[in-house]
Design a protein around this ligand. Sequence first.
Ligand SMILES: [Cu+2]
Length: 166
Amino acid sequence: MATGPGIRKAAAAVLTVGLSAALAACGSEDSGGGDSGDHAGHKGAPKLSVSGAYVSQPPMDDMAAGYLAVRNAGGGADELTSVTTPLASEVTLHTTKGNRMKQVSSLDVPADGRLELTSGGDHLMLTNLSHRPKVGERVSFTLHFATSDPIEIKVPVEPTTYRPKD
Ligand SMILES: [Cu+2]
């Protein structure tokens, strides 16, 4: 049968095409980068980065506020669940409604979106401080998330009057 090799070659070509289509469909699962595609119905993993973090120097010795932004470039949502730092034995997550602060157990980091902690809005409340932080000092923060691995950052201490520029 002279046609045998030809048939086998065609079958191999079909197999190759099928495999690369499957890889393309799930490429964002573990590649971790470079995928900005909009997959309808495809839940990707969160991909977080932190910027603009600072601690506001407290007017009092026993508490301070922390601010930062978490960008999520991934297709899956995440949540900031806790923050730890050597500066404070307790860090709580606060939202602000009107003039009232409310403690919450987590803050959403939406898929392809941002969580922004800003003065007058959501913020970190640091209590039981190990010392009064000085302007110019850099403090270690470890951010813990529901899905993503913890992120460790160095956070500068800014004057009470400091407001970040956009
Ligand atoms: Cu507060």
